[in-house]
Design a protein around this ligand. Structure first.
Ligand code: ADP
Ligand code: MG
Length: 178
């Protein structure tokens, strides 16, 4: 199956899930992340603010923020993702693609080595860590710069597949939680 066909198939499956079902599954996935030693130990993390059809990781954002961890979220700038400091739910504003983005200070690329853990959304992952995104390659361009981060892929279990098509530019994650 091509990447495009696979994205289409996943979108169809996502539409079958109700908001309540997604919330229940999301809570279970977040609990698994909260239990990771790498989560508990990380002081600086990259998370993502979920779209309605993605695993809802707002519980992770809240947990990390309340524990005083440094939480970074992506901001879409043209073809690139910038990282900005999350300073609380009230400081978010809607950005490109309807994604809520932080208005806190820019986290400059020269500091990217300080990021210990990155929680990465995906349309699909496989057990080798191959990741299928939404087709714009944003994370494939960002992730090579996060040299010290443990990359955790996050998806619903129907998005965790035997095999995801991967190209040379695709960046794999270290571990998938579904
Ligand atoms: P996604 O990872 O979002 O599923 P793809 O892997 O299909 O998307 O990549 C989407 C586009 O982004 C492709 O045209 C690819 O060539 C481009 N791309 C991916 N990584 C890079 C990179 N490191 N530099 C430049 N272009 C890239
Ligand atoms: Mg890719």
């Amino acid at each position: 199956m091509t990447k495009r066909e696979l994205r289409q198939q996943i979108r169809t499956q996502k539409r079958r899930l109700s908001a309540v079902e997604m919330a229940v599954l999301s809570e279970d996935i977040c609990s698994k992340v909260l239990a990771l030693a790498s989560w508990q130990e990380a002081g600086t993390l990259l998370l993502y603010y979920p779209l309605p059809d993605e695993v809802d990781v707002r519980m992770l954002i809240k947990d990390a923020f309340e524990r005083g961890k440094r939480v970074l979220l992506p901001v879409v700038k043209g073809n690139e993702l910038e990282l900005h400091l999350y300073e609380g739910e009230a400081s978010l504003k809607e950005g490109a693609f309807g994604i809520m983005e932080p208005t806190g200070p820019l986290f400059a690329p020269k500091h990217y080595d300080e990021i210990e853990l990155a929680v990465i959304p995906g349309m699909a992952f496989d057990s080798a860590g191959h990741r299928l995104g939404r087709g714009k390659g944003y994370y494939d361009r960002l992730l090579p710069n996060l040299k010290a981060a443990k990359l955790i892929g996050i998806c619903f279990s129907f998005q965790f597949l035997d095999e995801v098509p991967a190209e040379a530019h695709d960046i794999s994650v270290c571990k998938v939680i579904s």
